[in-house]
Design a protein around this ligand. Structure first.
Ligand code: ATP
Ligand code: MG
Length: 145
């Protein structure tokens, strides 16, 4: 487990960016943290680190948003960032219906799930869990498990 304390949203974004730069494809992240913890902020950084050009916003109303990755990078063949927000889901089965397992299993895709605890039963074994705790107004602890 690696724990990092961030003191403002930029530090959270930067942590996400570093994480994104390390991804090689096939990664699945399950984010756990209350309302306003910084899940989306971390994933905006992650998307930047992956090479997503579009602005990443919370997909709360869409459940799932799929972003293309255009950056030509010899070391990694990333094509898609799949951003899921499970907040409004009634059951994990709904995610299966959206075809999420195909994203989990795709070696050119990185998937991240906000409110991951709601769909725990469908996490792939390889999933990385990120727990965010609000320690103060602008202080967050981020545990990568
Ligand atoms: N250290 C920090 N890291 C991240 N966000 C912070 C931090 N300090 C303050 N904030 C603020 O907290 C809010 C985090 O919002 P964000 O949308 O990323 O949270 P979220 O966990 O995705 O919320 P939701 O559950 O609504 O999806 C932003 O308004 C941001 O400015
Ligand atoms: Mg969010």
């Amino acid at each position: 487990m690696k724990k990092t304390i961030t003191k403002n949203e930029t530090e959270t974004f930067n942590l996400g960016q570093k994480l994104g730069e390390k991804c090689r494809g096939g990664e699945v992240f399950a984010l756990i943290g209350e309302l306003g913890a910084g899940k989306t902020k971390l994933l905006q950084g992650l998307a930047q680190g992956l090479g997503v050009k579009a602005k990443v916003n919370s997909p709360t109303f869409n459940i799932m948003k799929v972003y293309p990755i255009k950056r030509a990078d010899a070391n990694r063949k990333l094509k898609i960032f799949c951003h899921i927000d499970a907040y409004r889901l009634k059951s994990a089965q709904d995610l299966i219906s959206l075809g999420v397992e195909e994203f989990f299993n795709s070696p050119d895709t990185v998937t991240a799930i906000e409110w991951g605890e709601k769909v725990k039963e469908i996490w792939p074994k390889k999933a990385t869990v990120i727990k965010i705790k609000m320690l103060g107004k602008n202080t967050r602890s981020m545990s990568i498990i």
